[in-house]
Design a protein around this ligand. Sequence first.
Ligand SMILES: Nc1ncnc2c1ncn2[C@@H]1O[C@H](COP(=O)(O)OP(=O)(O)OP(=O)(O)O)[C@@H](O)[C@H]1O
Ligand SMILES: [Mg+2]
Length: 394
Amino acid sequence: MIVEHLSLVDFRNYAEAELALQPGPNVLVGRNGQGKTNLAEAIAYLATLGSHRVSSDAPLVREGKDAAFVRARLAHGARRVTLELQINKQGSNRARVSGSPVRTSELPRYAQAVLFAPEDLQIVRGDPSQRRRFADQLLIQRTPRMAGVIADYERTLRQRTALLKSARARGLKGAQLSTLDVWDDKLVALGSQLIDARVRLAQDLAEPVAAAYAGVAGEDHRPELSWVLSVRGADPEEGDELPAGAEEGSTEELFRSALAARRAQELDRGLTLVGPHRDDLLLTVRGLPVKGYASHGESWSVALALRLASAELLRAESQGGDPILILDDVFAELDADRRRRLADVVADFEQVLVTAAVAADVPEPLRANAVRIEAGAVLGPLADHPLSPEPSDG
Ligand SMILES: Nc1ncnc2c1ncn2[C@@H]1O[C@H](COP(=O)(O)OP(=O)(O)OP(=O)(O)O)[C@@H](O)[C@H]1O
Ligand SMILES: [Mg+2]
């Protein structure tokens, strides 16, 4: 699919903006802080219902305003669908699809986009929550129904943890807490679904990640992914790095026995210590964990490969064609060889949006349809809007 047209009102630094986009490559060019990433963020929000930069919606609304509006016309073959989203600083957001009100959670069924940004280095370098977030976001994009499973799991987890905390405060021991069993059943049922889905996702990503890594890095460093699971006794949140035990049994059985084994500890600490919220996605290159071992370039290639592989996976399963591929500020970070290779890897996507401060950083084949962005305005084709002189300090 492609975005044919994007309209923004009071989104980030845009009071009003209209951006027409073409099939194939599109480049948004402008100096730092002009609003290139904001445009990318607006499109990606429709597909993921979140920003890659902030966890709350308030920063997306233009300063001094109460709501931001994002409208995108998507095209796939002869089909057109218009998505509209009102992001409210307070209260819930509102969405429409081709004029009819829908729940905002419906939008990702229509919009598929994969955004790669420098922040993604945190997927490979940051704490386990970053990797869980990456995986869950992709799960939801692949199977929108998973959003409900994840939300229900998180709610159950909060309630179970609250119960543990109050039990600790009252000095209760395991046997005196029969209500915990009810929460355990829910936690295990929902959590096991999530764990199994994540494990399948890692398996499905293995090949496309290896292919994308080789495509970008030009070498095969055997990138691999596997889950370190707390239901198997590991605790990556406490610094466990390698997968623990290989006990036999279904996820639900493992979950139950791990909960039983840690119940005293849980009551002691007032925390739920077993479940997908305590797991980590272990990424390795040449058999060593990326985090702590890989070079900057290798880490960068793994992060990029994860996103490119995500796009491949979505494309392979989608009824709506390719996801929109968005590369925010990627090329400035890469050497000439990697730039060329990345351009090759992404060239066959139906639409690619690239942001760059300097157009020359973007390889020639992707430099079509370059648009100048300046001070929260879409000025128009780069050819008609060459860079105005840099404001001098002197
Ligand atoms: N809610 C908001 N209201 C008004 N302005 C905002 C808001 N959020 C961000 N901005 C402004 O938007 C600008 C940043 O835009 P953006 O991140 O898109 O820049 P960019 O063109 O991608 O720059 P860079 O090349 O540095 O990545 C900043 O000047 C910032 O102050
Ligand atoms: Mg930017």
